[in-house]
Design a protein around this ligand. Structure first.
Ligand SMILES: N[C@@H](CCC(=O)N[C@@H](CS)C(=O)NCC(=O)O)C(=O)O
Length: 203
């Protein structure tokens, strides 16, 4: 399988961590991509009109995106232990994933706003609105931090990748000071082989 990839994308990392945890990492060939909302990577657009990563081309030639679909696909290809098949636990894992994805979306959009948009066109209220999504998301994760321990699933993997992205791109937020239970959980989770093998490059 080919995975269009960048080591700095938290959405790609979510898929890679899932593949590691499912014992499928060796089946993924990583194809470097340089996605950008303005200077679109045409090599990715050729497979996925949105031009976003992760984009996966399966061994059968099917093209899958976005990260949620890819994680579910990998889970089905493996032993399915990352997502409960049914019942309340399934919805709870999926909502954890949605929360973490929303946090990553807000952080990635803030990054584009500050690193890609010309300074004269930036809108600070918009940046603050995105960062408020990040802090509200963190506050909710903190209330549930005790439920995260001992869980290895798509929800906890997504939350861990969102926190890893904050450390990577938004270290100055200092989120650990305000969310100590989340920090305790994350620092342990981040020691898993799957997380160590997929760390983003130095910022
Ligand atoms: N909802 C998508 C989000 C993926 C995403 O935003 N990826 C970024 C890189 S971290 C990207 O490809 N950005 C290029 C663009 O916005 O055009 C997913 O879960 O895969």
């Amino acid at each position: 399988m080919k995975l269009f990839y960048s080591a700095s994308s938290p959405f790609v990392r979510k898929c890679l961590v899932s593949a590691h945890e499912l014992g499928l990492r060796d089946r993924l060939e990583l194809v470097p991509a340089v996605p950008h909302p303005v200077n679109r990577d045409r090599a990715v657009v050729a497979w996925n009109p949105l031009g976003k990563i992760p984009t996966l081309v399966t061994e059968e030639g099917a093209v899958l995106f976005d990260s949620r679909v890819i994680c579910e696909y990998l889970n089905a290809l493996g032993d399915e232990h990352l997502l409960p098949a049914q019942g309340p636990a399934r919805w709870s894992v999926l909502v954890d994933q949605s929360l973490a994805d929303g946090l990553m979306d807000a952080a990635v959009l803030t990054r584009y706003e500050t690193a890609a948009r010309p300074e004269s066109l930036r809108w600070n209220d918009w940046i603050e609105g995105q960062l408020d999504k990040v802090t509200c998301g963190l506050a909710q994760i903190e209330t549930r931090a005790s439920n995260l321990a001992a869980r290895i699933d798509i929800g906890t993997i997504a939350i861990a990748c969102s926190l890893g992205y904050l450390d990577f791109r938004f270290a100055s937020l200092g989120w650990r000071d305000q969310y100590p239970k989340t920090a305790l959980w994350y620092d342990r989770f981040a020691q898993r082989d799957s997380m160590l093998a997929t760390r983003p490059p130095a910022a």
